[in-house]
Design a protein. Structure first.
Length: 383
């Protein structure tokens, strides 16, 4: 027997963000595609949805959920403000902050120069002064321009000053492949940040999680890296009216089954759920675990699932070498879950290669549903 909890109502593999061809940095020679403005709530609710849905619940996109969380936090706390490249009048490279400039004004939704080092440095200073900044880095790939501020300042000041100060900073960054943005705008860099003591790392896969985890991240007194997959922005899911915070460090079991555990992050979660449905047609029932935050990591939930099924497949978009799923594999191997395994731990990761521009090669470079299905079937052969 199995039970399924839908993560999204549309498959991210066929979805594309509103501006998939958005160039890395707007300048005098290129023009970004205008962002899509917030969808009318009535249009979202009425699109082929079950009339029996619980009162107070509605269907919104992942992007709308992120926007809603920021708006609620800014309404509730005057210390919260958003800044980054093109987040104001333009509404963000992917339209996520559309409408916030008009609502909160230029003092709290600030467009910045093209300088990630300066942006994050200003955010660290603002956080130390008592503000709660939300920084949007246009593409997560550009965080490398600000790594000194992220790694040596934001992550360490609380420790180095003996706990006398906090750095309540949220850094939002779109990441991942699938938009034809090529090698310098399509990376999955979560392992970089998870390796740094003092940083928390969040990878929401559903609209409800995007909202609840972002609200929790804004409340947190520590710096939080909030990684949003670009392909998830247009996907939809139910989000309750007035939905509150989801604690950081709490995994979600998206589906339960007795044969194999699939642990997946970000865009790999809906792909894992789709793969699980295909496996079920063959009589293989999979548990799908979404860590939601990789730091702090809810290891007990993962280990419990592994013990129950005896087989585990770890799926990430990032390259396999030194990827975060290697950490999860180590946690399993170092625990008593090791003695419950009926087959070796299996990882399914992106290739150790830059993301190609050509669509066919780009798709082939990261795990897709057929690959997840095949890997799980192989695990079932290992008796």
């Amino acid at each position: 027997m199995s039970a399924t909890i839908p993560a999204t109502t549309s498959a991210p593999e066929s979805a594309a963000p509103e501006s998939p061809g958005a160039p890395a940095r707007p300048n005098a020679h290129v023009t970004l595609v205008p962002p899509t403005r917030p969808t009318e709530p009535s249009a979202v609710r009425g699109a082929g949805q079950d009339a029996s849905r619980a009162a107070g619940s509605r269907v919104i996109t992942y992007a709308e959920a992120v926007r809603e969380a920021m708006a609620e936090a800014m309404t509730a706390d005057d210390r919260v403000f958003l800044f980054g490249e093109d987040v104001g009048v333009y509404g963000g490279a992917f339209g996520v902050s559309a409408g916030l400039f008009e609502r909160f004004g230029p003092e709290r939704v600030r467009d910045t120069p093209i300088s990630e080092l300066g942006i994050v440095g200003a955010a660290v200073g603002a956080a130390l002064a008592g503000m709660r900044p939300i920084v949007e880095i246009q593409f997560s790939d550009f965080t490398n321009q600000a790594m000194d501020q992220i790694v040596n300042q934001a992550a360490k000041i609380h420790f180095m000053l003996g706990g006398a100060v906090h750095v309540p900073l949220v850094l939002r960054a779109p990441g991942g492949s699938g938009t034809g943005a090529a090698a310098q705008h399509s990376q999955s860099l979560e392992a970089w940040f998870a390796h740094v003591p003092g940083l928390k790392v969040v990878m929401p896969a559903t609209p409800a999680d995007a909202k609840g985890l972002l609200l929790a991240a804004i409340d947190d007194p520590n710096p939080v890296i909030f990684l949003e997959h670009k392909l998830l922005y247009p996907t939809t899911g139910e989000v309750a009216e007035g939905a509150g915070r989801i604690p950081l460090g709490q995994a979600a079991v998206r589906r339960t089954g007795d044969d194999v555990t699939i642990v997946a992050t970000s865009v790999m979660v809906p792909r894992a759920l789709q793969a699980a449905e295909e496996l079920a047609a063959d009589g293989i029932e999979a548990t799908v675990v979404d860590p939601r935050t990789i730091k702090p990591l809810d290891a007990p939930t993962i280990l419990t699932a592994v013990k129950r099924t005896g087989r585990v497949l770890l799926v990430q978009e990032a390259p396999g070498t030194a990827g975060f799923m290697a950490e999860i594999a180590a946690r399993i191997a170092e625990s008593d879950a090791l003695y419950y395994l009926l087959a070796p731990i299996r990882r399914l990761c992106g290739l150790d290669a830059p993301i190609p521009y050509a669509p066919q090669l780009e798709k082939a470079s990261v795990p897709q549903v057929p690959g997840i299905v095949a890997a799980a079937r192989d695990l079932m052969k290992d008796l």
